[in-house]
Design a protein around this ligand. Structure first.
Ligand SMILES: [Zn+2]
Length: 258
């Protein structure tokens, strides 16, 4: 009885619905080298992440794929929107012509012109026949006049990008795997999966299959488990920040037509 009373008195922490997207799949292996397939490593970490989050209170999980099959880039974003996820994490493995390039990188949608490196990577991670983009209509935008709608869309998008940036910062801070030699590992890039969703989204490149140290780590299940745990810790910090600063009631703005 007391616990019911307390739960009414305390601010309600919400369950964070995490959409986990294992990159590539099916005939699309992503980065591959000998027996190594990016699609398999991404799925392995995605499943570990899902299993760890499901054991924690306050998290709900949806996987865009839970087996080795192909899912279109826009379909991944549509799945995330359809299940009304709160955040999306897309998991990938990097590659580079420079064998010294190593460590994890964290990407969120760009609003400004992307730099050359990001454009290159975006091309690689977006290398799928272009589909006609058909965005899901958000309830908050339905029935609004076109002029109001444009303003609302801009506001919602700016807010989403800002939250995506926060999400990436928390993921980077909690990362206990290999780091890049240079300080910066946070980037903005026009990836379809993080740009076409309506929720904060991050694309994580776990490491470089083209780097000897990263390759060794990415073929070690202990390292993949550490990577998944790092993502759990980053999401937990993000959730704590959201619970503190964005009460659930404020997350879905209601618009009056009056
Ligand atoms: Zn990839």
């Amino acid at each position: 009885m007391l616990s019911i009373l307390i739960s009414f008195l305390l601010p309600q922490a919400f369950a964070l619905h995490v959409v986990i997207d294992a990159g590539h799949g099916g005939i699309d292996h992503g980065t591959s080298k000998a027996d190594f397939k990016e699609s398999e490593v991404a799925l392995d970490v995605a499943k570990r992440l899902a299993s760890k989050l499901r054991k924690k209170p306050g998290f709900k999980v949806t996987l865009t794929r839970d087996s080795d099959h192909q899912v279109g880039l826009l379909d991944r974003a549509k799945i995330a929107d359809k299940v009304r996820g709160d955040v999306m994490i897309s998991i990938h493995v990097n590659s580079s012509p420079d064998p010294k390039a190593k460590g994890a990188e964290f990407y969120f949608q760009n609003q400004l012109a992307a730099d050359e490196e990001s454009m290159f990577l975006a091309h690689r991670e977006n290398s799928e026949p272009a589909e006609a983009a058909s965005k899901v209509d958000l309830p908050v935008l339905q029935g609004t006049a076109p002029a109001v709608r444009t303003i609302l869309e801009d506001l919602l998008n700016a807010d989403r990008i800002s939250q995506s940036s926060e999400l990436c910062k928390f993921l980077k801070k909690s990362w206990r795997g290999h780091h890049k030699h240079v300080e910066n590992s946070l980037y903005q890039a026009p990836f379809v999966v993080v740009s076409e969703t309506h929720m904060p989204a991050a694309l994580v490149e776990l490491g470089f299959a083209t780097n000897a140290d990263d390759y060794k780590a990415l073929t070690d299940t202990k390292y993949l488990d550490l990577a998944a745990q790092s993502l759990v810790d980053g999401l937990t910090s993000f959730k704590e920040s959201m619970d503190k600063h964005f009460p659930r009631a404020l997350k879905s703005p209601q618009v009056s037509n009056q």
